[in-house]
Ligand binder design. Structure first.
Ligand SMILES: [Zn+2]
Length: 341
């Protein structure tokens, strides 16, 4: 398994996160990069850098003005008197407030859904590098059968024009769009992160050519709260091409794997030419912000089932936070995937 990683990943280093009204150390820490990379090396997988495929594959799913904001915000920081180490708004645009302001603080509130995505000195190089890993893994999956993109920060909560949930650029969506363009045929995304892949769903909600399937904890009392319900099935041409499989909090391996199998059955019926797996590892029983009880054996079971689908597969890292089980779950997943291929 080739492992695409970007040495710029740790340059995005958010410090603080508001959880349930209390500031805590940000869960999406730079240390995740080295832990996941070292776990992949320990598992015997070969590291590769992604090269630079430019902005075009990112523009395939993201709004240009949003990308310009992300790329230029840090250089504009002196527009905000008294700014510290990060650009972060405490004011957010709501659907009924939709004017685009000129100032940087207002733009931050326009383009972010919450306070989890501060822009810091190294944020753009880190998120750009992660997106390049997704592009490289999509290309490698089509050429070689499969590849893993060690994307950090993650991406599946990012919409075409907004950051949120630790995510800026939707790496899984970028990989899927890349596969769609290269194959000319339909593709599919299977998101097994514990959180619903709301950004990915939003990007492809009106499209029939990219089937989006998400297995996640019930959002009725869990992030992302406002999307991820079973009755969200797509719109217009995309009707029937979005599938949400929410699980009750605390669900373990058996119901989780059953949902993964149901997702794979929907994907097989779509006859895709490529598959992107949004590989969150935060469904783990040990994850500090998780809500399910999946074990290393569960992750291995999912990997086996996904590998047996026999599709060109790009594995794109999503969530999974600092705990002893994090590297073990990645190693278990990659080993089982390789063994089943
Ligand atoms: Zn997650």
């Amino acid at each position: 398994m080739r492992v695409f990683h970007s040495p710029a990943a740790p340059r995005h280093d958010p410090e603080q996160y508001w959880r349930r009204g209390t500031p805590i150390p940000h869960p999406e820490q730079a240390a995740r990069y080295a832990i996941l990379r070292d776990a992949a090396v320990t598992g015997g997988h070969a590291l590769a850098e992604p090269g630079d495929h430019g902005l075009d594959p990112i523009r395939a799913v993201h709004d240009r003005a949003y990308l310009a904001f992300l790329a230029e915000a840090w250089a504009r920081r002196e527009e905000m008197p008294g700014i510290g180490d990060e650009i972060l708004s405490g004011v957010f645009a709501r659907p009924h407030m939709h004017r685009r302001p000129a100032g940087l603080l207002g733009l931050a509130g326009l383009y972010m859904a919450d306070t989890s995505t501060p822009i810091r000195a190294g944020t753009w190089p880190a998120i750009y590098g992660a997106a390049q890993c997704a592009v490289a893994a999509a290309d490698a999956a089509l050429a070689e059968g499969h590849a893993y993109a060690l994307c950090r920060p993650p991406g599946h909560h990012a919409y075409a024009d907004s950051a949120g949930g630790f995510c800026f650029l939707n790496n899984s969506a970028i990989a899927a769009a890349r596969m769609r363009a290269a194959t000319g045929g339909p593709v599919a995304i299977l998101d097994i992160d514990v959180h619903h892949g709301n950004g990915t769903q939003g990007i492809f909600y009106g499209r029939a050519d990219v089937l989006t399937v998400s297995v996640h904890a019930d959002p009725s009392d869990y992030f992302p709260f406002y999307a991820g319900y079973a009755d969200e099935t797509g719109t217009g041409e995309g009707l029937g091409f979005n599938r949400n499989l929410p699980l009750p909090p605390g669900s373990g391996d058996a119901p989780w794997l059953e949902a993964v199998e149901a997702g794979l059955a929907a994907i097989a019926a779509h006859r895709p030419r490529g598959l992107v797996v949004a590989l969150g590892l935060d469904a783990s029983a040990d994850d500090p912000i998780g809500a399910l009880k999946v074990t290393a054996a569960g992750f291995a079971g999912a990997a086996e089932r996904i590998a047996r689908a026999g599709l060109p597969t790009a594995l794109v890292q999503e969530g999974g936070y600092l705990c002893a089980a994090l590297p073990e779950n990645l190693t278990a997943f990659l080993a089982a995937f390789d063994a089943a291929r």
